[in-house]
Design a protein around this ligand. Structure first.
Ligand SMILES: NC(=O)c1ccc[n+]([C@@H]2O[C@H](COP(=O)([O-])OP(=O)(O)OC[C@H]3O[C@@H](n4cnc5c(N)ncnc54)[C@H](O)[C@@H]3O)[C@@H](O)[C@H]2O)c1
Ligand SMILES: [Zn+2]
Ligand SMILES: [Zn+2]
Length: 379
């Protein structure tokens, strides 16, 4: 089958790889119809991780079940399904408690598993024609048959539940004011989820005009951090107090406000400043324990200079980590089916596998309006 293969920094290619097979009675094979490129794929694409050439990317997968293992009971050939990016077993202590992003079975020694992701287990990615899904009864979410809402449903694999998870970590509730840093796919989904949860005022901070325009379209207030200090801009619009809640949808590749280059703690510190005393901060943006591309020795070891004194003084709380997609995907699917949510406003490009190398390049450079790319392997 054809698949997107990582060749080295800033290089992916469409190549032929072996078809996946049923390896365990609980597996299914899915023929992919939609599979999205994620900001997390870019960490590997840029050569910032230990990902070796040869890895097939792709953890945001939707398709039609082609074949089922003999132990699969609830999923059948022909079912249309979307899989959480987390590979999870469903029976370990963390899965039972709903923390499927931290499954103890699928990737021993590391917190959680995922398809096509360095250090997250031996699960090949789905930017390809077919995907093997382990523990299929647990990991497949059934969708209505047909093609309706294809680009909404594919976002249930990661970014819609991950944005929602940011709100959950920050405890966003009715009437809250919320500051979301980052207007990439995760930030836009966090802002959208905050509005779904009844937030009164949602600020979205970025500097990419097309992304800020999408934030405005959904009813959020865009804040361009290259024009002026975003903390001051938000405080000015919240009576000097700051927001009730904050979400970091940027992670360790945060860019310095002025000049060029990375300032990996800048968003965490801006959030401590932006959110009012006793407010809560949710961090779906990724931070890593080791980063060969880090700006200094501490950053290379995953250690950042965070204003912990101010954080204490303000009595804030913070939650971080991988999203437990399974905890929210069914509910968010039903919001889509019932017409209460349409997250595909974030999708800027639907392309075939052949256009993936170009899409990676432009999405990585955040140019030409490449906000979210969905690959169509059957096209
Ligand atoms: N927790 C999870 O389960 C999970 C899942 C998916 C992605 N992620 C992570 O979420 C983060 C965002 O993902 P994405 O796909 O939206 O990525 P992205 O890179 O497309 O978006 C990040 C955005 O942040 C903006 N930005 C950079 N510096 C900034 C700053 N100082 N202030 C405000 N905005 C700034 C960029 O311009 C960009 O638009 C990544 O770190 C990704 O790895 C986490
Ligand atoms: Zn993703
Ligand atoms: Zn588990």
């Amino acid at each position: 089958m054809r698949a997107i293969v990582y060749k080295g920094p800033f290089q992916v290619a469409v190549e032929n790889v072996e078809d996946p097979k049923i390896e365990h009675p609980a597996d299914v094979i899915v023929r992919l119809t939609s599979t999205a490129i994620c900001g997390s794929d870019l960490h590997m694409y840029e050569g910032r991780t230990a990902a070796k050439p040869g890895i097939v990317f792709g953890h945001e997968n939707l398709g039609i079940v082609q074949e089922t293992g003999p132990g699969v009971v609830s999923i059948h050939q022909g079912d249309r399904v979307v899989m959480p990016f987390n590979v999870a077993c469903g029976f370990c202590k963390n899965c039972v408690a709903g923390y499927t992003g931290f499954c103890l079975t699928v990737n021993p020694g590391f917190a959680g598993g995922a398809y096509g992701y360095v250090a997250m287990g031996p699960y090949r990615g789905g930017q390809a024609e077919y995907l093997r899904v382990p523990f299929a009864d647990f990991n497949c979410l059934k969708l209505p048959p047909g093609q309706e809402h294809e680009d909404d449903f594919v976002l249930l694999a990661d970014i819609f539940p991950t944005g929602y998870h940011g709100c959950e970590l920050a405890g966003v509730t009715v009437g809250d004011s919320v500051a979301v840093y980052g207007a990439g796919p995760i930030g836009l989904m966090a802002a959208y989820s905050a509005l779904l949860r009844g937030a009164s005022k949602v600020f979205v901070v970025d500097r990419v005009p097309e992304r800020l325009a999408k934030a405005r379209d959904i009813g959020a207030i865009p804040v361009n951090f290259s024009e002026a200090d975003p903390v001051a801009q938000i405080k000015e619009q919240t009576g000097g107090e700051g927001t009730d809640k904050g979400i970091d949808a940027v992670g360790y590749q945060a860019q310095a406000r002025t000049g060029k280059g990375e300032a990996p703690a800048t968003v965490l510190n801006s959030l401590v400043e932006t959110v009012r005393a006793t407010g809560m901060i949710g961090v779906p943006g990724l931070y890593v324990p080791s980063d060969p591309g880090g700006v200094d020795d501490a950053a290379k070891r995953g250690m950042l200079l965070v204003e912990v004194g101010k954080f204490f003084e303000k009595g804030q709380r913070m939650g971080m980590g991988q999203a437990n997609v399974k905890r929210y995907n069914r509910q968010l699917r039903d919001m889509i089916i019932d017409g209460r949510a349409a997250p595909s406003f974030v999708v800027s490009h639907d392309v075939g596998l052949d256009q993936a190398p170009e899409a990676y390049d432009k999405f990585d450079k955040r140019i030409d309006g490449y906000t979210k790319v969905v690959l169509k392997p059957a096209a």
